[in-house]
Design a protein around this ligand. Structure first.
Ligand code: F6R
Length: 234
């Protein structure tokens, strides 16, 4: 893993932009995208740049179950607001959290990933080491699946909802095997509350207890950290 430590969100954005730019120059066609607070400075830098995604494809990691796409906390809404309204792709895929037949939706999502192999996947990391909505204990062999969120994640996400009761309890997520199939991965973490997860996934054992630790086995990973998130690295 290549570790890049930056001093500010602005610098993080520029580093992310550089990685996206190089990927496009190298012929990348399919981008795996994440939501959450972490990618925002990167998406800001990208959407302010000259990069053109109109011939390219994006595939998002996850979406809440049973949250309307117009809900401001849905990942559809987030992606439109922070990326697609400014830089559209030829096609952007997100899991349909409203699908009546969830098994069919998950199968369809795996087919989409198989037909559009991801060139560059961007990831954030949860305080418990999750990637996508793959919580600790998720099989490294997992493909797209329905997830019951842990209390830890519901608590962490409650800051975006009027009350904790409104946080969805389930989500559809790309699996860990699907994430690992990406040719290159950029995982970012900012702030002291990520420091423990960062130390564990980079320097701890590769274990399903820390989903992101599987990235130690991926041949092309860049880890983008600020000094706070990097502060527990030995
Ligand atoms: C988001 C996602 C999650 C987040 C993680 C960190 O699509 O899949 O794994 O990346 O929960 O969230 P933030 O960036 O808000 O700290």
């Amino acid at each position: 893993m290549q570790i890049e430590i930056v001093g500010s969100q602005k610098e993080a954005g520029q580093t992310g932009l550089k990685i996206f730019t190089e990927a496009i120059q190298n012929g990348a066609k399919v981008f795996g995208l994440a939501t959450g607070s972490t990618p925002i400075p990167i998406y800001e830098a990208i959407t302010a740049s000259k990069l053109d995604f109109t011939g390219l494809i994006s595939i998002n990691l996850d979406e809440y179950r049973n949250l309307a796409v117009e809900h401001p906390e849905s990942y559809h809404y987030f992606m439109n607001k922070n990326f697609f309204s400014k830089k559209p792709f030829a096609h952007s895929y997100l899991p349909n959290g409203l699908a009546a037949d969830i098994d069919a939706e998950l199968k369809k999502y795996d087919q989409i990933i198989a037909q559009n192999p991801i060139d560059l996947q961007i990831l954030g990391i949860g305080q418990n080491g999750h990637i996508g909505f793959n919580e600790p204990g998720t099989s490294f062999k997992s493909t797209s699946h329905l997830v019951s969120l842990t209390e830890n994640t519901i608590q962490a996400n409650s800051r975006f909802f009027a009350s904790i009761d409104q946080v969805p309890k389930q989500a559809l997520s790309m699996g860990i095997a699907s994430i690992m199939s990406a040719k290159k991965i950029l995982i970012a973490a900012f702030g002291i509350n990520k420091a423990q997860a960062v130390q564990a996934f980079i320097q701890g054992p590769v274990t399903e207890k820390v989903p992101a630790s599987i990235l130690q086995n991926h041949p092309n990973v860049t880890v983008l950290l600020d000094t706070a998130a990097a502060s527990l690295l030995k």
